[in-house]
Design a protein around this ligand. Structure first.
Ligand SMILES: NC(=O)c1ccc[n+]([C@@H]2O[C@H](COP(=O)([O-])OP(=O)(O)OC[C@H]3O[C@@H](n4cnc5c(N)ncnc54)[C@H](OP(=O)(O)O)[C@@H]3O)[C@@H](O)[C@H]2O)c1
Length: 255
């Protein structure tokens, strides 16, 4: 039976690393992002896999449903869903454009939730193992002043995914949440955080994706990448939230 993975944000960074790993393991691929040219270029490298390209801005209101309908119209069944697309923004909440912050909520939260909702029934009905990987962040573990909405979106992703994993106990579907810390991708330039203290020790996108991939295949519920990030997330559990917020504000400043 063919294994097919749908990966959002497949054109760069972690998403592109996942494309390489799933293709190497013989999966057929459904790539979702805005940059069609880049996805067609990626497709041209994988003649051994069936690759379907879906050009979609997932920050649009009905995008997730449209993706689901396009996948169904193509007769494709998804066994693995990787909700990876997302972005952040650095700045004071009241000084950033509200339209950009709403776009972030739509992409990081709504699209991820709705894609999971639409694809879950067929994944549950499958007689084979099915897997969901939701990309959160170490931002999920504390409030994040100067990136307030971004941190909150990732707290949602972690909470939602852990709850869903528990709901799906004893089914064929596992839900894994990947919580990377700073990672070398286009994220930092999009979010305008390249010069911050938090990005001084960024991990490579390959290392992070490999940890996420291993966790996904083993059905692990939550994976925090890298030992420093694991320690930070662990410490955040024991600190008062107000102090954790002060530390997050400090690392958001220029190095
Ligand atoms: N890098 C880090 O330090 C870091 C740390 C923790 C968590 N994360 C999370 O990791 C995930 C992947 O990010 P990355 O680091 O790999 O960043 P990236 O290199 O900027 O990749 C983001 C991907 O998302 C896609 N995307 C962005 N906006 C989209 C939209 N409106 N509709 C559809 N696709 C969209 C982009 O493709 P197009 O431009 O072609 O649409 C791109 O493929 C995100 O959820 C991010 O929050 C990253």
């Amino acid at each position: 039976m063919n294994k097919t993975v749908l990966i959002t944000g497949a054109t760069s960074g972690l998403g592109y690393e996942f494309v390489k790993m799933f293709a190497a393991d013989g999966y057929d691929l459904v790539l979702v992002a805005r940059n069609k040219l880049k996805m067609e270029e990626i497709k041209s490298h994988y003649s051994n896999s069936k690759v379907t390209v879906i050009e979609k801005d997932l920050s649009n209101q009905y995008a997730a449903k449209e993706v689901f309908e396009e996948v169904k119209a193509a007769g494709i069944t998804i066994n693995t869903l990787v909700n990876n697309a997302g972005f952040g923004l650095m700045g004071k909440f009241d000084e950033l454009q509200i339209s950009k912050q709403s776009e972030m909520i739509q992409l990081n939260i709504t699209a991820l939730t709705e894609l999971t909702y639409y694809f879950l029934p067929e994944m549950r009905n499958s007689s084979n193992a099915a897997r969901i990987l939701n990309v959160a962040s170490t931002a999920a573990f504390q409030p994040g002043p100067l990136m307030a909405v971004y941190y909150a979106t990732k707290a949602y992703v972690l909470s939602f995914s852990e709850a869903l994993a528990e709901e799906l106990t004893d089914t064929n579907v596992t839900v894994t949440t990947l919580c990377p810390g700073a990672t070398k991708t286009n994220f930092a330039s999009v979010a305008n955080v390249e010069k911050t203290k938090m990005f001084s020790g960024a991990m490579s996108s390959q290392e992070v994706a490999e940890e996420g991939y291993r966790a996904l295949l083993s059905g692990k519920r939550v994976v925090i990448t890298g030992s420093t990030n694991k320690l930070g997330a662990y410490a955040a559990k024991f600190l008062p939230r107000s102090l954790a917020a002060k530390i997050a504000k400090y690392v958001a400043k220029e190095a």
